[in-house]
Write a protein that binds this ligand. Structure first.
Ligand SMILES: *Cc1c(COP(=O)(O)O)cnc(C)c1O
Length: 230
């Protein structure tokens, strides 16, 4: 059974620019998200290589959430984990139309489960892709037709143009906030190749206290740090 006691939080701290730190023990399944929600930080090719190597050495599986891929503008940031050699043997990548095309709530996404990814089962190696296909065929009720038609339109010339305009608008806002918050003396992360900005509370106030102060004194709504299981 998977319970909280079996979940490890990967260290993601300011000292490491919020890049998840390779653990010193064996984990089985690793969830990574880049560009990240909520930190806005993106992982470089080198960062991802370290994780792919870790997964290969530890027979771990990486669940790579690249839902914010469309925001990547920096040419050195990989758009897919499969840009890393050997990733096909250890990584499952998933994407959603939620942030790409404003589909939040519409429920349409896809994932890549390479045939190279094998797991040991009763002392033989089997393709996880095969197991997943069986699971989907029996349990998944399919994406609604209207959502599929919407997703199809994302790839049309007009769809691509509209999406680009929307994403560029978010990125422009993020850049504006990043630049001006920095100028005003705040420490900020993200906001480049990502719609999110992580702001350090200036006097190390607790994020919920800072959130309250911004709301009450400045009438500004922000998102305090997510509650974690600790
Ligand atoms: C929004 C989001 C998703 C996509 O979720 P959907 O269920 O497809 O809407 C995935 N991962 C992260 C981190 C997100 O912020």
């Amino acid at each position: 059974m998977l319970g909280r006691e079996n979940i490890e939080f990967i260290e993601c701290r300011e000292e490491n620019d919020f890049i998840p730190k390779i653990p010193d023990k064996k984990l089985d399944i690793i969830y990574l998200c880049s560009p990240n929600n909520p930190t806005g930080v993106t992982m470089s090719k080198h960062d991802l290589e370290k994780w792919v190597n870790y997964a290969r050495e530890n027979e771990a599986i990486i669940l790579f959430d690249s839902v914010y891929e469309v925001f990547i503008k920096d040419k050195d940031i990989p758009h897919s984990i499969y840009e890393i050699e050997g990733a096909k043997e250890v990584a499952i990548e998933f994407r959603s139309y939620s942030k790409l095309a404003g589909f939040t709530g519409v429920r349409c996404s896809f994932m890549v489960l390479p045939k190279e990814l094998k797991i040991e089962c009763n002392s033989r190696k089997i393709e996880l892709n095969e197991l997943w296909r069986k699971r989907q065929n029996t349990k998944f009720g399919a994406t609604s037709y209207i959502a599929q038609k919407g997703a199809e339109a994302v790839y049309s010339e007009e769809g691509q143009k509209e999406i680009k305009e929307n994403i560029d608008y978010y990125l422009k806002n993020a850049k504006y906030m990043r630049e001006n918050l920095s100028k005003a003396g705040f420490t900020v992360y993200g906001g480049e190749s990502s719609p999110y900005i992580l702001l350090k509370s200036p006097k190390n106030e607790k994020s919920w206290d800072f959130f309250d102060a911004l709301l009450e004194k400045g009438n500004v709504i922000t998102t305090p740090r997510f509650r974690v299981w600790r």
